[in-house]
Design a protein around this ligand. Structure first.
Ligand code: TRP
Length: 529
């Protein structure tokens, strides 16, 4: 296949009106008499709508926002981001590829005031290779971490992928931990700072305070709520039903007290010290979750229920992205199980070139003459779409868009540009990846106090020490739980007493509430939080 093949996968041969946008026709898809089907997006499935003729349509993100009830990320947010951080927002945000949010304003408020928050994201390791679509939320998260200078946790959900995908195929759950390790190395190679990043796999890490949170949160969710959010039914295995609580409480800072300098109570990690109750000042640290919008149903569950915990955390804020389009075009997302749908982070320069030339859906015209006459459509063009994710310069992207619409830039040239940008991105990644060995991976996976400064201009900072959520409760010296003075031990005992009393009160309140509700638990449909 030549590198300038303009004849692949073009639009219909009848030229539509100049610059016609793709038909998003979700309304026609409600016609139940035909093959038509509405788009469907939840954490387990992402599929575009199907029209009467069986064609997959582009995902309608506005309709999705409406269904989920998540506000749009606006230019006002971008301006505020720049004012608060002094930095230009990431290109993915400038181009509204991160396009929706919940409480993004509140997290900026908090950062302006107290100067810190927790970043949380994750990845379901379904195979040992990641594609460029998987890298997108991590690229974005890394920049947020750099700009805000805040701690980050990355959850590798080997348990989720086993329960949702592997169990059916009778795969060994341990395989998924292996995938998680390979993916963790890929993620590290995207450039995260080990001093402020903690990465874990669920099977390896969950226990301690995290497990208490899971156990407690499980009791706050009903089968109906989980089914409503996730699309399960009575025949779904119970592992799938219980998993969402894990992804939810992973958003609580109180699941990881050790990252904020409070010792874990577990004898394996801390044989000499036992701090059984988490600290409310750690639970109080708010969280921002960058993720693709298919994860929203999980976080709806946590936002609706977090205030009911004994050590409640604030509602996590979300910043939500689109999916990176499959090579075949809008309507599908890249899939690791379909190699022709995706560019992998392990692809060679030649593979990248061949895949783009052969498979990337083109918004160009049938022939060069038609293309020059009518112009192409970048809105559905996959090479253009990938450039909008990976090309840094706004000016250059705009020039490319304009020239393509006018028809002065051909499909072959557009693909060529896309190929070189992706080859450069993937090549630089592979160089860094070659240096990430097991020891480097384990250094990210060690639970330890993270080091971060947060906002140097916070109006009510907690102080350098307390910025880590710590100290305040127990005074200096409590970091590793050893060497506490008598006074500090006394304080600690007092604190525990207070917390126990508080917990008891909360429990009583909740019991009363439960009795009043009398088990009326409706399924959760969109909107919610
Ligand atoms: N469920 C996600 C997946 O399948 C993994 C995940 C866990 C995640 N926690 C998250 C993704 C937080 C984004 C944010 O990939």
């Amino acid at each position: 296949m030549s590198s300038s093949a303009p004849h692949e996968n073009k639009l219909s041969s009848d030229p539509p009106p100049l610059n016609a946008p793709p038909d998003l026709g979700t309304s026609s898809a409600t016609n139940t008499g035909s093959k038509a089907r509405e788009q469907h997006i939840d954490p387990l499935n992402v599929s575009g709508a199907i029209d009467e003729n069986g064609n997959t349509l582009a995902i309608d993100y506005d309709a999705l926002r409406e269904k989920f009830g998540t506000p749009a990320l606006t230019s006002a947010h971008l301006e505020r981001f720049e004012r608060v951080t002094g930095k230009k927002p990431h290109r993915l945000m400038r181009r509204k590829l991160f396009f929706s949010h919940r409480d993004f304003d509140s997290i900026l408020d908090f950062y302006e005031k107290e100067g810190r928050f927790l970043l949380y994201t994750g990845r379901g390791p379904s195979s040992d290779s990641m594609h460029i679509g998987h890298a997108v939320p991590f690229l974005f998260t890394k920049e947020l971490q750099d700009i805000f200078d805040v701690p980050l946790v990355i959850m590798m959900t080997d348990d989720e992928k086993f329960q949702f995908r592997g169990a059916e195929k009778k795969m060994d759950p341990r395989l998924f931990t292996q995938f998680a390790h390979a993916n963790t190395k890929d993620i590290i190679a995207l450039g995260f700072d080990v001093k402020k990043t903690f990465i874990y796999t669920d099977y390896e890490f969950i226990g301690g305070h995290f497990l208490y949170n899971i156990s407690e949160f499980e009791t706050l969710l009903t089968n109906n709520q989980v089914r409503g959010a996730m699309g399960f039914d009575g025949s779904t295995n119970i592992g799938c039903n219980s998993y969402p609580a894990r992804q939810c409480v992973a958003a609580f800072a109180s699941s990881y007290p050790e990252l904020f300098g409070a010792p874990d109570y577990r004898p394996l990690t801390n044989p000499d010290f036992c701090e059984l109750f988490p600290r409310q000042n750690i639970a109080d640290i708010p969280t921002l979750i960058p993720c693709a919008i298919d994860q929203e149903p999980y976080f709806r569950l946590v936002r609706e229920n977090c205030h009911r915990m004994h050590f409640p955390s604030p509602k996590p804020a979300l910043i939500l992205s689109r999916f990176l389009t499959a090579l075949q075009g809008p309507g599908g997302k890249m899939s690791a199980s379909d190699p022709t749908s995706a560019i992998f982070m392990s692809d060679t320069p030649n593979q990248i070139k061949n895949k783009i030339n052969k498979y990337a859906f083109s918004g160009g015209r049938e022939t060069r003459e038609e293309h020059e006459k009518y112009g192409g459509n970048p809105d559905v063009d996959v090479a253009y779409t990938y450039l909008s994710y990976f090309l840094e310069s706004d000016e250059e992207l705009k020039e490319i868009e304009d020239a393509y619409r006018k028809g002065t830039l051909g499909t072959g040239e557009l693909k060529k540009k896309c190929i070189s940008v992706l080859q450069e991105f993937v090549g630089a990644f592979q160089e860094r990846r070659a240096k990430v060995d097991d020891a480097a991976m384990r250094s990210f996976m060690k639970p330890r106090k993270l080091v971060f400064q947060g906002n140097p201009h916070a109006t009510h900072p907690r102080g350098a020490e307390a910025a880590n959520g710590e100290a305040q409760a127990h005074g200096e010296g409590a970091e590793d739980g050893k060497g506490l003075t008598k006074n500090q031990q006394k304080k600690l005992a007092k604190l525990k007493e207070v917390e126990e009393r508080k917990a008891k009160k909360a429990q009583e309140k909740e019991m009363a509430l439960r009795q009043k509700e009398g088990g009326a638990d409706g399924a959760v449909e969109g909107g919610g939080a």
